[in-house]
Design a protein around this ligand. Structure first.
Ligand code: ABT
Ligand code: MG
Length: 152
């Protein structure tokens, strides 16, 4: 059963922030109908990104990935709505931007695997882990007037 309150962790990566794509990416999630329940710009650390990407520890690309992620600020967000995890991933495109269809975030704005512009949780369990990792203070609870007009 699809969950209308499903949450996903979306993060605009250093290359997305540096290229001024923040408004564009936030706008796509807003226009799709998702509800924003947490948002912040942070300059994070190597240690924190090692936790975020713990599943990739030991892989050859890991040190380069972590170095890039900690090189400049990122925008951390939690979006809520119907099937948010799977739909969020579909909005991003594929891991390799060159394999991402036009119309997706990576298919429209990215070229290289190591500069993929935006992160999205790949499963409900990883979303829960990532939301706790990036928002230990919790998310914002509020009623959105739009919800009635987006979801059944
Ligand atoms: P993320 O949303 O960043 O997690 O990307 P995605 O889930 O699409 O892809 P995964 B497999 O999680 O890759 C994480 C980051 O590692 C980079 N990467 C990945 C490489 O540089 N080389 C590789 O061979 C693979 C598999 C791409 C992702 N991030 N960046 N930047
Ligand atoms: Mg991933």
């Amino acid at each position: 059963m699809a969950n209308v309150n499903e949450r996903t962790y979306i993060m605009i990566k250093p290359d997305g922030v540096q290229r001024n794509l923040v408004g564009e990416i936030i706008g796509r999630f807003e226009k799709r109908g998702f509800k924003l329940i947490a948002l912040k710009l942070v300059q994070s650390t190597v240690e924190h990104f090692e936790k975020h990407y713990a599943d990739h520890k030991g892989k050859t690309f890991f040190p380069r990935l972590i170095k890039h992620m900690a090189s400049s600020p990122v925008v951390c967000m939690v979006w809520q709505g119907l099937d948010a995890v799977k739909t969020g991933r579909a909005m991003l495109g594929a891991t390799d931007p060159l394999q991402s269809p036009v119309g997706t975030i990576r298919g429209d704005y990215a070229l290289a695997v190591g500069r993929s512009t935006c992160h999205g949780s790949d499963a409900i369990e990883s979303a829960e882990y990532e939301i706790k990792l990036w928002f230990p203070e919790g998310v914002v609870q509020y009623t959105s007037a739009l919800e009635t007009w987006i979801q059944e």
